[in-house]
Design a binder for this molecule. Sequence first.
Ligand code: NDP
Length: 239
Amino acid sequence: MNKPLVVITGASSGIGEAVARAMSQLGHPLLLLARRVERLEALDLPDALCRRVDVTDRDTLKLALEEAESRYGDTDCLINNAGLMQLGRADEQDPAEWDAMVDVNIKGVLNGIYAVARQMKARKGGTIINISSVAGIKGFPNHMAYCGTKFAVHGLSETLREELADDSVRVVTIAPGAVETELLSHTTSSEIKDGYEQWKDGMGGVITAEDIARCISFVYQQPQNVCIRELVVTATRQT
Ligand code: NDP
């Protein structure tokens, strides 16, 4: 039997790219979204529709979903992974960075949910996996706005899960600890970046995007009546 459609936002690098490879290995057709569409195409995965979509643009996101669904059928799994981390001191950070994180990390996730929730509720099935962070569970210095957005992801996911449970739609929150990806590169303060790198070295290195992809695959492959509501995945030595 043909496998159903999996949609991944932010699949052009890091965790999203690793999940795209993992889901492709499992035989799923994919809709891969990001702004750097050339990086999506370079993955060269079979049955993968690649579209340049900024997750803050609700209409473009929905259009891409409709195009993929007309080709591969209903979306069975949405992985809301696109995210932006710009660390900064609360009294110094440019508020434009707060705006960008709120737009991508919160509204981007809501836009993904908007694009699939009605269809999943109607057919009584599907899985929405929202990528939060341990920064959505506890605070860290210099993470004020980023933590705020990730606490929001935990809050909206858990609320959505309650709302869709009766319709057999699973909502899962994944909270990774530090993972080796491009995420830190968007922070503008070199002092904060250096401190972060030292923190990672101090724990003997962090986990890989493939580690998180393996966990996401595990969660998704459970029977539909089994919902792993939340998974916190960190390096063993991360405190
Ligand atoms: P990367 O920076 O490697 O990947 C981020 C992805 O998000 C890219 O594919 C990027 O694509 C995409 N993205 C960013 N902004 C937008 C946008 N406006 N529209 C569409 N896509 C966008 O980082 P990670 O892989 O680490 O991050 C993935 C998720 O994991 C994020 O939500 C992050 O917060 C979370 N996370 C990461 C941790 C880590 O330590 N790395 C720890 C905990 C959580 P493009 O630029 O091409 O648009």
